[in-house]
Design a binder for this molecule. Structure first.
Ligand code: ADP
Ligand code: MG
Length: 691
């Protein structure tokens, strides 16, 4: 018997090649794809809601009598129809209407309509509702079902998709969907089988509990949510298997180089650093590629940990590549590593998109021959023409946009193209546990959960920009005391050009007002050599104040800087603000962070800035951020589609994360199941690598 996955949508009535093409844009080509195109919400059109109980934003059916009907001239001509029922009244507003409609909606007519409540001049209003005059009785019993609402693409309307899904349901009897989940497991959670679940979500009967369905908590929905999260988890584990199907160089620690490095270091490692170093040391000595994520709050000292991993690799005579997301950060790592490693006789190479011509040729040559054994740069490191001599370790710093497929691609870069390099991913954006379990299921995790001793807490101050003058004075007095400050200009992120411009204007203004202070400026449009020069002067204390865009967000380390002003913090995410704040509080002196917002603040904006003021624990802040903005924003992957689910909602369904993670490894032993579930839920995405 043909499986639903083998029956093309063109089998259905009314689906020709044009519609099939549009459906393909939604990732739908078979009947099974169609049935897994799930409603993301429902409209309750089964009950008439009393007008008096409506709230703004409600989507509801109401019914009443036309009290009056007026043509309103105003800025835009509109037809304003006032309806009343026994509980209150409601205005229907039409900007486009014809004479027939106007006549139809005359005084005394009975009208039933469906729309969304908006606040209006004359009370609550529906704009252009779907309506029916002198309606038949409401459907009851069998016919009174919730109306599913589907994700759409251009050129396909809701009723069309609804109709197609209903048609496809008709095939379920003769071509049931294979249920891959063991019956005991489903029974344990009191979840229905797959066919029952699919039937329920597309076509809930009148008797189904409305509130559960509306909230996505019905067992049928939860069954699908669980399967979706499981498919996601399996796909991540599969990536891990694919990487670890390769061998890696086993890098046995020799100790000698590491000892010399640690002796030169002006401080002792914290307990947490030592712990993570030993986890990495263990991984690297295996002939299996390491896949490890190191999480540590801003300033927890991840760089030395990375350096020790590099040193173990160098000790075994192999190469290390270190990639950072921005030029500034990569440059800073280059300077640090150079300072640490050159005295030990190690040669380094520098590669970024801006290294061109002869310099680039020389760098490539040194990497290829193995003359350079540590290569530091931006993502330019992994362009096709970069050939490594004996690459055994890749360190990726502060880069959570670095997705599974990029990790998969790194496989090919190792020694001889057959040995995969070890991978060490470092992030200072602490990731809530549940999110890490999902987004990084293919990685082992280490956490540096201790800050170096002697750090003073950063005092965070939230004030409106009407007090700009006071803030400028504060900068003056901090710098007069020999300390340094950052002034961060933010604008809507999409426009880097405007952001740079704003920073230029601010730098100009501050230079004029803060006579006697030396003011520097960095932004994304400077040449990398210019950026590096300004950063170096700031680091050396030649500049008192550094005006910057958010390019300094990650990693930049200047311990003498103890004051940071962030303009318009309400525009940034919590994690990003926490990162920026982490630029200070790195030295001995008390540090301050001034969040200078532009009033009025929304309630949400206020809550977010307060959360930041009240906590300095990156993990606490990350949890808040996840609650407020969702996983795509927290991971910085909203645009990539990573962590975007069809049905699962990270907040609502986080209770599933742990059980799913526990059941996945066992299921990995059934390759057919793994393939089928990944295909069912991730479809083309996995094939094209944009997960
Ligand atoms: P992050 O984890 O944010 O990348 P860094 O590696 O930049 O942090 O370290 C922050 C600062 O702390 C640096 O100046 C670094 O030299 C210093 N540092 C790191 N480890 C220790 C330690 N164990 N004791 C004292 N200072 C340390
Ligand atoms: Mg860092």
């Amino acid at each position: 018997m043909a499986s639903l996955d083998d029956i093309p949508v063109t089998e259905l009535k009314g689906v020709g090649s044009a519609l099939a093409e549009k459906l393909a844009r939604l990732g739908i080509s078979s009947l099974q794809d169609l049935l897994f195109h799930l409603p993301h919400r429902y409209e309750d059109r089964t009950r008439i809601i009393p007008m008096g109980s409506l709230r703004v934003g409600d989507v509801a059916v109401v019914e009443g009598e036309v009290m009056k009907s007026d043509l309103v001239m105003g800025r835009r001509r509109s037809l304003q129809v006032t309806l009343k029922d026994s509980s209150g009244f409601l205005v229907l507003r039409f900007f486009h209407f014809n004479a027939a409609q106007k006549n139809q909606l005359s005084e005394g007519t009975q009208v039933r309509c469906f729309g969304e409540v908006r606040p209006g001049r004359a009370g609550y209003e529906f704009y252009h509702p779907e309506y029916q005059t002198n309606p038949p009785p409401m459907p009851t019993g069998e016919q009174a079902t919730l109306t599913p609402v589907y994700p759409l693409t251009e050129g396909i309307q809701q009723p069309r998709v609804r109709g197609l899904c209903q048609q496809a349901l008709g095939y379920l009897q003769r071509h049931p969907i294979r249920d891959w989940l063991p019956a005991e497991l489903l029974a344990g959670y009191q979840l229905p089988g797959i066919n029952e679940a699919v039937q329920m979500v597309h076509s809930p009967p009148a008797s189904a509990p409305v509130h559960l369905l509306m909230e996505g908590r019905h067992p049928a929905q939860q069954r699908l949510v669980m399967e979706e999260l499981l498919a996601h988890q399996l796909s991540m584990l599969q990536v891990r298997e694919q990487i670890q199907a390769r061998q890696a160089l086993s890098l046995l620690p020799t100790g000698d180089l590491a000892e010399r490095f640690l002796e030169e270091l002006p401080f002792a490692l914290t307990g947490a650093q030592r712990q993570v170093v030993s986890e990495i040391r263990q991984d690297l000595s295996q002939p299996l590629p390491m896949l490890r994520l190191v999480q540590g709050d801003v300033g927890s000292g991840k760089t030395v940990v990375a350096a020790l991993a590099a040193i173990q690799t160098l000790g075994a005579g192999a190469q290390v590549a270190l990639m950072a997301p921005t030029e500034i950060l990569a440059e800073q790592h280059y300077q640090n590593f150079k300072g640490w490693l050159e005295p030990l006789g190690i040669q380094l190479a520098w590669l970024s998109g801006k290294v061109k011509g002869k310099a680039r040729k020389e760098a490539l040559e040194a990497v290829h021959t193995g003359a350079a054994s540590v290569i530091i740069g931006t993502h330019a490191l992994f362009q096709d023409d970069v050939l490594f001599h004996r690459l055994a370790l890749v360190i990726v710093d502060e880069q959570h946009r670095f997705g599974v497929h990029q990790r998969l691609a790194l496989r090919e870069k190792g020694v001889g193209g057959t040995l995969a390099p070890h991978q060490l991913i470092m992030t200072a954006t602490p990731i809530p546990r549940t999110l890490a379990m999902s987004a990084y299921a293919d990685l082992d995790t280490s956490v540096i959960d201790e800050l170096p001793p002697g750090r003073k807490p950063i005092e965070t101050i939230v004030i409106p920009d009407s007090r700009r003058d006071d803030v400028i004075e504060r900068v003056r007095s901090a710098c007069a005391d020999g300390r340094q400050a950052y002034w961060v200009c933010t604008l809507i992120e999409e426009s880097e050009a405007l952001q740079c411009q704003a920073a230029e204007v601010t730098a100009q203004e501050l230079t004029e007002r803060l006579t006697g202070l030396k003011v520097g400026l960095v932004h994304g449009r400077l040449k990398s050599s210019e950026k590096a020069e300004v950063m170096e002067r700031f680091k050396q204390g030649e500049l008192d104040l550094l005006v910057a865009t958010t390019v300094i967000e990650v990693g930049v380390d200047v311990p003498n800087a103890s004051l940071i002003i962030i303009e318009n913090p309400e525009r940034l995410g919590l994690a990003q603000l926490h990162q920026l704040r982490g630029r200070v509080g790195r030295g001995e002196q008390a540090s301050f962070c001034v969040l200078m917002y532009h009033p009025p603040l929304s309630a949400n904006g206020k809550a977010r800035l307060q959360a930041l003021r009240d906590s300095q624990d990156g993990f606490v802040i990350a949890e808040k951020d996840l609650e407020i903005r969702g996983p795509g924003e927290v991971l910085g992957t909203r645009q990539t589609g990573m962590m975007q689910f069809r049905l699962a909602d990270f907040e609502r369904d986080k209770g599933w994360i742990e059980p799913v993670r526990e059941m996945a490894p066992g299921l990995m032993r059934q390759p057919q199941l793994v393939q089928a579930l990944i295909r069912r839920w991730m479809g083309e995405k996995m094939r094209y690598g944009d997960v």
